[in-house]
Write a protein that binds this ligand. Structure first.
Ligand code: PEP
Length: 249
């Protein structure tokens, strides 16, 4: 049995003040996360406060990126060492927005994943096809390549790695694949992961909201959700945790 994993990616939203406000409201709501793993990934500038204020709330804190070197002349970058130093647990690597706007490649993703795991950070590696690739019938091929070039060959414990299948055309658009189509992609990804595949959590991401989360996480090979826009709202995010916690499919 794989424990459900619910993650929130805040992207470039919520500075320190709003992060603290969210965390206080979340704590006031006394949402139990028992039986579900939950993390939130705020922007870098909010991480120190997020780690402090979410402590004991059942929510772990993640970063949205890192660089593969420990330190050095890499202007603007943040290393795994720095993230560990402040108590960050998770890191999202290879999100499609990083691939699209910042030129991240599968080779770069692999170096980041390797370093993060070496430093005992838990990793969510994001994969997913664009609309054009899907229309051309290349979705499986693209995701296969992302896993092969971005992950395979790295040594890790299955519990420290999760994959997020995020079709690019579903991110922030309100469009979603049919849960059964997402399930098909998840089972392909699981197979590609090899011997450890059975234990690795594969999250679905792309316009997950309170009204559709159940449809996705009830699929056999969908072990949680990576939530962007809908994780910014404390009530909505709490509701989704509750849905995951109490789920009966
Ligand atoms: C994401 O940023 O990973 C994401 C899935 O965004 P959204 O839920 O807003 O589509």
């Amino acid at each position: 049995m794989r424990k459900l994993l619910i993650g929130g990616n805040w992207k470039m939203y919520k500075g320190v003040e709003e992060t603290i406000k969210f965390a206080n409201l979340f704590k006031e709501k006394k949402v139990s996360t028992e039986g579900v793993d939950v993390f939130l990934a705020p922007p870098f500038t909010s991480l120190v406060d997020a780690v402090r204020i979410f402590k004991g709330s059942g929510i772990s804190v993640g970063a949205q990126n890192l660089f593969w070197e420990d330190e050095g002349a890499y202007t603007g970058e943040v290393s795994s060492v720095f993230l560990k130093e402040i108590g960050v647990d998770w890191v999202i690597i290879g999100h499609s927005e990083r691939r699209t706007y910042f030129g991240e490649t599968n080779a770069g993703v692999k170096k980041k994943v390797e370093k993060a795991l070496q430093k005992q950070l838990k990793v969510v590696i994001c994969v997913g096809e664009t609309e054009e690739e899907r229309e051309e019938g290349k979705a499986k091929e693209v995701v296969d390549k992302q896993i092969e070039e971005g992950l395979l060959g790295i040594e890790y414990d299955a519990e420290n790695l999760a994959v997020a299948y995020e079709p690019v055309w579903a991110i922030g658009t309100g469009k979603t694949p049919h849960p059964e189509d997402a399930e098909e992609m998840h089972s392909i990804i699981r197979e590609k992961l090899g011997a450890k595949g059975e234990s690795i959590r594969i999250m679905y991401g792309g316009s997950v909201k309170t009204h559709n989360i159940k449809d996705f996480i009830c699929q056999e090979n969908i072990d949680g959700a990576l939530i962007g826009g809908a994780s910014l709202d404390v009530d909505g995010f709490s509701d989704m945790i509750n849905i995951a916690k109490e789920i009966k499919c």
